[in-house]
Design a binder for this molecule. Structure first.
Ligand code: NAP
Length: 433
């Protein structure tokens, strides 16, 4: 006897939604066997219902609110994008006790709290594996596999566009603008690349990762953010000479302040990464996330962080989980926010800096520059002098120091007569000295 079907509403039929529908339709028997009941698509919400959309026309609707409200819909898959419209739809689904799967990091990074509260109240599931690093399972490992451990750090490359650009600049020596244009031509960068290249997308993912890793609500606004648009081909050249490469990192870390208070840090910026660090060899549009947990040690997750089919894989994994919960009764893990840790300001975080500056080619420059670092208790690890005359350059790499002391030092260097111009300042990650 066939079990009562579980009704699924799919909101969105773009890159991700079309793959969700295709895989779900082509493998309907497998899904039924895995869940215990057939999964039936009740409708697909789009903006444009006319023309051949590659799905049965009778499933299409341009009224997602009506679809979400239908009595025969048990689970809503939200793959629309945007914030305001999906927020209302997801809330309305959860309030009606329908489970929700979403790939929408921008929505979650602002409103997880509100959505999780609604899910908790109506005893519905809210799953979002696809919202961070596409196909790569990282949300469920953090929420479930590591639920018995203490996570200290999550650091990763979670934006494929910027990783594609930085890898290509490293490989070809081309400058940022040229590489961004190429990324656009190849479909790796959107027409308006701001969300990716300025780090907003990675910051949304960092907020989600920090929230689940540290059992604390963190929103995108709590995440310190810098993008890659100021990275030059010279920076990548210098990085190479230091046996490093440059990656846009999302870093979520548990820290203890000098006064012994436990805090968390969530930050996104381009950083020098030593070539022997596992993240240095993650190239092209690939993503990777390294998790450091007290008992488990270091774990690394690697794979395709975007794209229709890879993202659909994560969405469908969540769909099977939510459908099983509907079929057998019960629900998945709830949001865990008991720790309520405060987010430390960037200035309090210990980092290392690489500072490249054009300097006057005369005696005493090095001593004058070094004095600015020592005034603020910033210890220098290496100094390199390159070129001469108008092309004289100093490259300083520091030991760990408070980010505020490092940024004050850079501000004071800019005022020195012997410093013509501070060309580049980057943080160095993946080392502990
Ligand atoms: P997309 O290709 O732009 O598709 C969006 C779909 O939503 C389209 O089918 C569009 O309809 C529909 N839509 C948008 N607003 C609507 C509205 N108000 N009413 C009805 N339908 C509406 O987007 P996507 O790349 O699939 O991304 C979807 C979500 O997944 C986003 O939240 C994104 O951040 C997330 N995500 C995407 C990827 C990826 O690789 N693409 C990876 C991870 C997460 P029309 O087709 O009629 O325009």
């Amino acid at each position: 006897m066939t079990s009562k079907p579980i009704g699924v509403a799919v909101l969105g039929l773009g890159n991700v939604g079309s793959e969700v529908v295709r895989i779900l339709t082509e493998n309907a028997d497998d899904f039924e066997a895995r869940v215990g009941a057939p999964l039936e698509i009740r409708g697909i919400a789009v903006r444009r219902v006319d023309g051949d959309r590659g799905v049965p026309a009778e499933l299409l609707t341009d009224d997602p609110a009506d679809l979400v409200g239908r009595d025969d819909v048990d689970i809503v898959v939200e793959v629309l994008g945007g914030i305001d419209i999906p927020r209302k739809l997801v809330l309305s689904a959860l309030e009606k006790g329908k489970s929700v799967i979403t790939a929408n990091k921008a929505l979650l990074a602002e409103y997880t709290g509100e959505l999780a509260d609604a899910a908790e109240k109506s005893r519905a599931d809210l799953y979002f594996e696809a919202a961070v690093a596409g196909a790569i399972p990282v949300v469920r490992p953090l929420m479930q596999s590591l639920a018995g451990d203490r996570v200290n750090k999550v650091a990763g490359i979670v934006n494929g566009t910027t990783n594609f650009i930085l890898s290509a600049m490293d490989e070809t020596g081309a400058d940022y603008a040229e590489t961004l244009a190429e990324a656009g031509r190849l479909g790796y960068a959107e027409a308006d690349p701001t969300a990716d290249v300025e780090g907003y997308d990675a910051a949304s993912k960092a907020a989600i990762l920090a929230s689940i890793a540290f059992h604390t609500r963190v929103t995108a606004g709590d995440v310190y953010r810098e993008g890659i648009s100021k990275i030059t081909s010279d920076d990548l050249e210098t990085a190479k000479s230091l046996d490093c490469t440059i990656k846009l990192l999302a870093i979520c870390e548990r820290i203890v302040t000098p006064k012994g208070k436990e805090r968390i840090s969530a930050r996104v910026y381009p950083a020098l990464v030593p070539l022997n660090h596992p993240l240095a060899s993650v190239n092209g549009a690939f993503n990777a996330v390294v998790v450091e947990a007290e008992a488990a040690g270091r774990l690394m997750f690697y794979g395709q962080g975007a794209g229709g089919a890879p993202t659909a894989s994560a969405v469908l994994g969540d769909l099977v989980m939510a459908a099983r919960n509907k079929f057998y009764g019960g629900r998945g893990p709830l949001e865990s926010k008991y720790a309520k840790l405060k987010v430390a300001p960037m200035g309090d975080i210990l980092t290392r800096y690489y500072v490249s500056m054009q300097v006057a080619d005369k005696p005493g420059v090095l001593a004058t520059v070094a004095a600015e670092f020592s005034k603020r208790d910033v210890s220098i690890s290496t100094v390199r002098q390159q070129g001469s005359g108008d092309g004289a350059r100093l490259v300083v790499v520091t030991h760990l120091a408070a980010d505020s002391a490092l940024s004050d030092t850079v501000a004071s260097l800019e005022q020195l007569d012997v410093v013509v111009h501070v060309a580049s300042v980057l943080r160095l990650e993946g080392t502990t000295v």
